[in-house]
Design a protein around this ligand. Structure first.
Ligand SMILES: [Zn+2]
Length: 394
């Protein structure tokens, strides 16, 4: 049994209820003992048990690692020119996804693998210790299966998104494509996936198709996630709530009934459907941000994630999303940090990550700052000094 004492922590964000200072459960001037990849003890340094090794936090803030519950990393090519055109005034429609599909199908496994590993490494250096990864740029049986195989090499949180968009060759017969997704594509993808997701939006999949696809996934044991209400109002959020999805993602255009439906999942005491907000997408498409304040005030559980993808949000940075959420979405710094850690864990229905209590996984980051406040207060600054994953310094 190997042990590591993280000592001289100025501010420890535990996300454990019952701590001081609201939802973050902050403790001050403590040490944290890691044994076999788990948090084994937290308390004043003078009371710390003996440990094999010691890591000095030098009075800095220590937080749970970020849980990025929404990312699309398996793709080839980039769409920088599309971004430039958008910034020059062209609207975002989601149609560019097909550009990436073409490039991804043409790429070799090693090229896709190199991109996934590069982006995963980039995120890790910015504090992300858990990252969900979706397929969705293959859209053939073989290409979706290989996307998930490659994703599963670096993450246990993999999501089958064959229903990202109807590929060009099925443009005139979307029913046939839904049949493919629910049949051979799901069969090939499911062994490598924990979740199934669908882009329920005008121009992608309508509510009947989305319902059919999610039901097929659920029938083979996959958990449910939905891309919903990003580009306009629609039925996606309420469909996700109705089917017991772990998360509905984007939530940019919500009616009062959508907000009530999300809030009711919290009240029911069963599994909560989390509203995962992806402000990088609004930033990169120059669109109005979702109203986080309205969701929080209604009692909805909110998560923050990057939506890292080459079209609408090519950032792997959770600190950037925290800063956006505070500045543009009226979240407090504490709410944003909670949403990017514990919120992400809820969105993945995990209770071993996103918090730093005894028994939790020792996934944490040491900041080059005395407080979690600095993540939003000092935007764009590389504040992540060290990252531990499973108790191992990365
Ligand atoms: Zn997405």
């Amino acid at each position: 049994m190997s042990s590591l004492l993280v000592d001289d922590i100025g501010e420890l964000v535990t996300n454990d209820l019952g701590g001081e200072d609201g939802p973050l459960g902050i403790r001050r001037d403590v040490a944290l003992l890691v044994e076999d990849g788990r948090v084994a003890w937290i308390g004043p340094s003078r009371d710390a048990p003996a440990a094999d090794r010691r890591l000095d936090a030098r009075g800095a803030a220590v937080l749970p690692g970020f849980v990025d519950s929404h990312a699309h990393l398996v793709f080839a090519g980039d769409r920088a020119a599309e971004f430039a055109a958008r910034m020059a005034g062209q609207p975002y429609t989601g149609g560019g996804i097909r550009t990436t599909v073409g490039a991804t199908r043409a790429a070799g496994d090693d090229e896709l693998r190199a991109t996934v590993r590069r982006l995963r490494g980039e995120a890790l250096r910015q504090g992300t210790t858990t990252m969900e990864i979706k397929s969705g740029y293959g859209l053939t049986v073989a290409d979706e299966a290989r996307s998930l195989r490659i994703a599963a090499e670096v993450s246990e949180e993999t999501t089958f998104l064959g229903a990202h968009v109807v590929p060009a060759e099925y443009a005139d017969r979307p029913d046939d494509y839904v049949g493919l997704v629910c049949g051979p594509m799901l069969a090939a993808a499911a062994p490598h996936a924990r979740w199934i997701d669908v882009f329920c939006e005008r121009g992608a999949f309508d509510v009947d198709h989305a319902r059919a696809i999610l039901a097929c996934g659920q029938a083979v044991g996959l958990g449910l996630r939905v891309h919903a209400n990003q580009l306009g109002p629609g039925p996606g959020v309420q469909l996700g709530v109705e089917l017991g999805a772990a998360s509905v993602d984007h939530c940019t255009h919500l009616t009062d009934a959508d907000v009530d439906a999300l809030a009711s999942t919290r009240v029911d005491g069963g599994h909560t459907t989390v509203a995962t907000l992806l402000p990088g997408a609004e930033f990169s498409t120059r669109s109005p941000y979702p109203d986080a304040r309205r969701l929080l005030d209604a009692g909805v559980t909110v998560a923050l994630a990057t939506d890292c993808n080459p079209g609408s949000s090519y950032t792997s940075s959770m600190p950037f999303c925290v800063a956006l959420a505070v500045r543009e979405m009226r979240m407090t710094p504490a709410e944003a940090v909670w949403a990017a850690t514990a919120g992400g864990a809820r969105a993945l229905r995990r209770d071993d990550i996103g918090r730093l209590g005894v028994g939790a996984r020792a996934d944490l980051m040491i900041l080059d700052a005395p407080s979690h406040l600095h993540l939003a207060y000092r935007p764009g600054v590389p504040l992540i000094r060290q990252v531990l994953r499973n108790g191992v310094l990365q």
